[in-house]
Design a protein around this ligand. Structure first.
Ligand code: 3PG
Length: 208
């Protein structure tokens, strides 16, 4: 198991972060870490993503920071230059795979069909994101996929929350889950770091 996967399997939840203001990056990362989840997948859905990664990397060495919603080579390069320690994308992408792997950075592509997974396996990837998990059948689909790809680990993301997280993690091929529920946009906008820490703690209690 790679070092990145080891970390995911210990934490069990990868917080997916959407930041409009890079000024919120460090307080948010600290709130996640205080709640027991020292990891952040900072999504490239906003212009603040690269700068947010740079700040978390510089000021929160205890937090494993990576990039999410990485769609192409250009974003992947920006994420790596900012210091991203892992790359996640919503779909499988050859150019992102080549860029991340070429730089020695773990890549976790979004997949939801056997075709997607077959594409990912051309790069010998040990794990994939299953996205959007709830909309594509949740755990029963992961189990069906796992039957034909027995060596592969999954990170379901999309619709995972405190109510269903334990169901996903009970399946041994689910290495961890991803989700925004511990650090939703509204809480970030309100700078409600205390509530984010509380939600992370609750997630840790549910999953350990
Ligand atoms: C993602 O970016 O991976 C998903 O949008 C997260 O989905 P969620 O908001 O349902 O957790």
């Amino acid at each position: 198991m790679t070092e990145f996967m080891q970390k995911l399997s210990e934490l069990r939840v990868c917080p997916v972060v959407v930041l409009d203001d890079a000024g919120d990056a460090v307080p948010l990362a600290r709130a996640l870490a205080s709640g027991g989840l020292p990891m952040a997948e900072v999504t490239f859905r906003t212009d603040a993503a690269a700068e947010s990664i740079r700040r978390i990397k510089a000021e929160c060495p205890e937090v494993t920071v990576g990039a999410g919603t990485v769609l192409d080579r250009e974003q992947c390069m920006r994420a790596i230059e900012a210091g991203a320690g892992f790359i996640v994308s919503p779909a499988f992408s050859d150019e992102v795979a080549q860029c991340a792997i070429g730089h020695g950075i773990p890549y976790c592509p979004g997949t939801c069909t056997p075709t997607d997974i077959t594409n990912a396996l051309r790069y010998n990837l040990p794990m994939v994101k299953f996205f959007p998990a709830a909309a594509y059948g949740g755990l029963s689909t992961i189990k069906a996929l796992s039957a034909v790809f027995p060596g592969l680990f999954f990170m379901p993301t999309g619709g995972v929350n405190a109510e269903n997280v334990r169901d996903y993690l009970a399946f041994d091929k689910v290495i961890c889950v991803g989700g925004t529920w511990v650090c939703g946009k509204k809480l970030v906008k309100e700078k409600n770091w205390t509530e984010i820490t509380r939600l992370c703690r609750e997630a840790c209690e549910l999953t350990h």
